[in-house]
Design a protein around this ligand. Structure first.
Ligand SMILES: [Zn+2]
Length: 322
């Protein structure tokens, strides 16, 4: 009888351990589900136009749908191109449109961020992944990447020079959550990229990778015009031993001649007089399930938009004419 009781005891202890194991898995699963961190990272070189707004809406809905966080980063890396007051105007507009923005807005121009870019660059230099280049644009245009002598030289040029990433002859493949498999040979299709410009400013490619890691971004949702940069960013991520975020590139907006709507093609600033109306236009452009009844408030808009949000409606679509 004693033996049976002993086995019974062991059996229940094992059940207890198993339950504990299950609990750990469930907690891990919950924390995985809650660990989504998305972001919106506009460049403050003008007013917010519809192309930027749909990137904001898509990244926001995707983060909220995953019960995740949505972080804002102002990519003000290039002060000469920045429009004074644009950063604050972006934040104000997003707030007026009902986006919930936490206080941790990152500005790439901040001293601490600049120091972080330099640290990452120093690591790449130390590990031999960079070279110095003082060539002019026209010089670079006239030679192939394999004939570019600077790639194999170690000297510090006497004139202003950029510090470039030296890419290997290998193919980088990733699965985009919207556009599917994307593969590019780093050397032949992408080429080297600038990490620090001749004028001393850090490049977008370096800053974005350092900041995505700094902000613990798990999921990048952005326009497909940036998909060509993604192989460089994944490669840099690997070199710097950062966690790899997943990518989802949404279609860009084009006009009736197929030109991308951007500041350069004089895209109109979004209508700020009626945020709800403008958000409904954005929601429609993003091919989401139409509202049965027009929402009465921004809160209602966001509740319904997030509840029905389905990023896969954009699958394999590269441009949308507006
Ligand atoms: Zn060169």
């Amino acid at each position: 009888m004693k033996v049976i009781a002993r086995y019974w005891q062991i059996f229940w202890r094992k059940v207890g351990e198993f339950n504990h194991f299950l609990l750990v898995i469930i907690v891990m699963q919950m924390s995985l589900n809650n660990s989504y961190i998305g972001r919106f990272a506009p460049t403050p070189t003008g007013k917010l136009h519809m192309g930027s707004l749909i990137a904001a809406v898509a990244s926001y809905c995707e983060a909220q749908k995953h019960n995740g966080q949505w972080l804002l980063r102002i990519e003000d890396l290039d002060p000469p191109r920045e429009v004074p007051g644009a950063s604050q105007s972006f934040i104000k507009t997003l707030t007026r449109f009902g986006f919930e923005i936490n206080n941790n807005v990152v500005f790439q121009s901040e001293t601490l961020r600049q120091k972080a870019y330099q640290r990452a660059l120093d690591k790449l230099i130390k590990n031999g992944h960079t070279y110095n280049c003082a060539c002019s644009r026209s010089q670079l245009k006239s030679i192939s990447i394999k004939a570019h002598q600077c790639r194999n030289q170690k000297q510090i040029p006497q004139k202003p020079y950029s510090i470039n990433l030296k890419v290997p002859d290998s193919t980088l493949t990733f699965e985009d959550r919207i556009q599917g498999i994307y593969a590019r040979n780093l050397l032949n299709d992408c080429g080297d990229c600038v990490l620090k410009r001749k004028d001393g400013l850090f490049s977008y490619q370096l800053a974005v990778v350092v900041d995505d890691s700094f902000q613990n971004i798990t999921d990048v949702v952005r326009g497909i015009d940036l998909i060509d940069s993604t192989p460089w960013q994944i490669y840099l991520n690997n070199l710097l031993n950062y966690q790899q975020p997943s990518y989802a590139h949404i279609p860009i907006l084009v006009n009736n001649t197929g030109q991308k709507l951007s500041k350069q093609t004089f895209a109109k600033e979004i209508n700020q007089a009626d945020p709800l109306e403008t958000l409904l236009v954005a929601h429609n452009i993003l091919l989401q399930k139409p509202f049965k009844n027009k929402p009465k408030s921004l809160i209602e808009f966001w509740n319904v938009a997030i509840a029905h949000w389905n990023i896969n409606k954009l699958d394999n679509i590269q441009s949308i004419q507006v």
